[in-house]
Design a protein around this ligand. Sequence first.
Ligand code: SAH
Length: 228
Amino acid sequence: MKKKIRIDIVTLFPEAVEPYLAASILGRAQKSKKLTMKIHQLRKWSHDKHGRVDDRPFGGGAGMVMKVLPFHEALVALKLRTKVGKKTVAAKKTRVILTSAKGKMFTQSDAKRLLKYNRLVFLCGRYEGVDERVAKLADEEISIGPYVLTGGELAAMVMTDAIVRLCPGVLGAEASLIEESWIDGTSVEYPQYTRPEIYLGWRVPPILLSGDHAKIASWRKHLTRGSG
Ligand code: SAH
């Protein structure tokens, strides 16, 4: 399967996102055209002469809330949402994901599921979060864990990373995707070793040096935690 995916990230801090995506396997995936990434500065769609995208919360309270309009305009500009009369409808085979501490928890099976789309767009909040109506523009709201971050950028990068490494041809050896942690949602991989055989007195399990592939396979199976 020749899978190509495009991922857009809408953020107030493109400079925090770009270097990570340019490095290593994600950078290589972009060079090989399996992955197209576009990082967008949300302020482009602020319609405010000072570029402001946040405002005080209705009803009072601490901090600032990000406005819905810039996110909406961003999605229309990116053609992920097309205005049809007064309605805004989703473009095909794309998925808009709002990063949110309140969202459904991201798992390996979400990474696999999201890889099926041709295009993903991540919306990153900051400050106290986003106007609740931003969630209406998104197809889903996802959290990367039960804690609160200062912004959605790390969440978008975590999900991008987990999704892109599942694209055929992105990792050097396809085999490394077959036996891996969380592949079935519960189990974690057996321990791995490389040279040297002894380090600070810690020995590599002798069975791994035995050359007996059947024994090695059963040792690994035994030490795959959480399966079955
Ligand atoms: N007041 C909000 C937190 C806002 S944090 C609350 O209590 O839920 C600011 C932004 O960081 C959020 O809008 C979201 O985009 C991002 N964020 C924070 N924690 C996150 C998490 N666990 N997963 C994904 N995104 C998160």
